[in-house]
Design a protein around this ligand. Structure first.
Ligand SMILES: Cc1cc2nc3c(=O)[nH]c(=O)nc-3n(C[C@H](O)[C@H](O)[C@H](O)COP(=O)(O)OP(=O)(O)OC[C@H]3O[C@@H](n4cnc5c(N)ncnc54)[C@H](O)[C@@H]3O)c2cc1C
Length: 377
């Protein structure tokens, strides 16, 4: 790791521990978004890290951002807040940075990079999840605008969002070639945020429906070319799949430390439980998972910083890290015995958070399909 990156990681650790000293996320049971926490992340500069200085960002490489994310995942208990931050970065900031016109970048990036505006991704629909390009939300073009009609679901940040990167089809018969993407500010007439969707984990990250009803969007708000929204979506997913689990590496590191400390001090049958081989082996597996996951995520940083495609590597990282995260969360509960099953220890929360990682940004099955396709199958 370069000295600069080490310095950045040190600063992230210090910031995370100081700004978020709690062992459990405030408002977790109630599913409350931590707006103060969002502002603290913004002040730290997180949302501008991959954004060039001309738009108010820090212009860091992705490798640096991933290192910071891993550290924040380790230091901060509120994984829901970090999940919201990831959704904002990879599905709003990055697509606008890559596909935005000069005017769109000037208009949106400074507000997104400063964290003043929170972004949400409006892609999934009730009947278009894994089969995302079967979406029904329609965009009808007029001389001056596109008019959107349709309902999106599972939108992370929906209730707190100031802007949506939304996808709609100009003609369902065109399949993926009909999909077009748009930047839609929340206050556009015809945009409504529907019901809150409660969920088992990542509870402090809001999720909801977004409804477009005769929502008229200026032509200038189309993101990327007409009929090329699938490309924008795939690009956002490549970045999201590759980077969203960097925080989880930090959680897995924290889990390992917690497991070791517990198994060294908890005594049964007259000795610390870590002395039982079947107990120790679980910790060995947790260590192996962490060490095999980390290079997969770091590789995404290297590839994107070199301007290379990382579709295959991002799918592999997403699949492998999410499944390891679930296994290590289960192991931690087992190591804590009955105490692990109580809410008092907080280790059950990791499992609830981890299960989501095998679903969002494309399920494990979909990642396997992508990998198989990349292998020519
Ligand atoms: C925490 C969380 C946050 C999310 N945030 C967002 C967001 O911000 N914006 C957004 O647009 N969406 C978001 N989503 C939605 C997410 O992208 C979808 O849940 C996901 O793509 C799966 O779609 P689905 O839930 O409709 O499941 P389905 O597509 O109905 O899948 C059900 C099951 O069938 C399997 N399956 C489906 N097709 C295939 C296939 N071809 N081969 C093998 N197996 C298959 C799936 O793997 C799964 O096990 C979020 C989801 C979660 C859980």
């Amino acid at each position: 790791m370069s000295t600069e990156r080490e310095e950045l990681v040190r600063a992230a650790l210090e910031f995370g521990k100081k700004a978020f000293p709690e062992d459990r996320p405030p408002g977790e049971a109630e599913g409350e978004f931590n707006r103060t926490g969002w502002k603290q992340l913004a002040e730290f500069g997180l949302f501008g890290m991959p954004v060039p200085a001309e738009y108010g960002g820090l212009g860091l490489g992705l490798g640096d951002v991933i290192a910071v994310m891993e550290t924040l995942g380790y230091a901060i208990a509120d994984q829901g807040l970090l999940f919201s931050a990831n959704a904002h970065l990879w599905t709003n900031v990055i697509p606008v940075l890559i596909y935005g016109t000069a005017q769109q970048k000037q208009e949106y990036l400074p507000r997104m990079a400063s964290g003043e505006w929170i972004g949400a991704n409006a892609g999934s629909e009730p009947d278009a999840g894994s089969d995302i390009f079967a979406m029904r939300t329609r965009a009808v073009k007029t001389d001056t605008s596109y008019v959107l009609n349709g309902t999106k679901t599972f939108c992370t940040n929906a209730q707190v969002a100031d802007v949506f990167v939304a996808y709609a089809t100009l003609d369902p018969a065109l399949g993926p070639m009909g999909i077009t993407s748009f930047v839609v500010p929340r206050d556009t007439p015809g945009v409504a945020v529907g019901k809150h969707i409660d969920k088992m984990g990542l509870r402090t990250s809001p999720m909801g429906e977004v409804i477009f009803e005769d929502c008229e969007i200026p032509l200038a708000n189309r993101l990327g070319r007409e009929g090329r929204g699938a490309q924008v979506f795939e690009c956002a997913m490549e970045w999201e799949r590759g980077c969203i689990l960097a925080n989880c590496l930090g959680v897995m590191r924290r889990q390992l430390e917690k497991a070791i400390a517990h198994c060294q001090t908890r005594k049964q049958f007259g000795k610390s439980i870590g002395k039982f081989q079947s107990v120790a082996n679980r910790i060995v597996d947790m260590k192996l998972r962490l060490e095999t996951c980390r290079p997969l995520v770091r590789r995404i940083g290297e590839l994107k910083d070199a301007g290379k495609d990382a579709s295959l590597e991002a799918a592999m990282a997403k699949l492998y890290v999410s499944e390891c995260y679930v296994k290590s969360s289960l192991d931690l509960i087992q190591l804590f015995g009955g105490y692990g099953y109580t809410t008092e220890q907080g280790v059950e929360r990791d499992l609830r958070d981890a299960v989501g990682s095998t679903l969002y940004s494309g399920t494990s099955e979909i990642q396997r399909n992508i990998i198989a396709k990349c292998l020519g199958l």
